[in-house]
Design a protein. Sequence first.
Length: 150
Amino acid sequence: MLSAGCASAVSLQIDDYRVEQQLACIPLTDNRFALSFIHSVSLTPVTDFYQIHDGDKNRSRIVQTAEHFIAHGQGLPSLQDEPDALAFEHRDGKFILHLQRPIHDLIVRTDQRFQNRLHLQHQTINLNQWPDTGLRIAPVDHCKESEHIP
């Protein structure tokens, strides 16, 4: 069941940001996804959680709902008063920042060393299958059949 404000079924389009080339399109079954990577300073795993919501003018928007990490490093949150934070906790050896952070343009800077992954309900996509670059991940209404990742 989707929470209030969640968009109806959408897909995620992945583009190479620098050359504006579409690389893939993946249908979502539950309007949620996560991105995981190895932090470049602490060299520890980080997972960011997202949800697709209805936006203005019938366009879907991405909202970051949480960030999970095990070690503080440059660029990681350290206080509950982070922008758009709802709560900050330490549980089972992990720091968890609960958020309601609108993401206007989700650009993932990939690097083979940092194991960038996109996690869907029943699928994990290796974002390092493409050369190290900036990937734009954006919600779209639907994918054309030829655009799906196998």
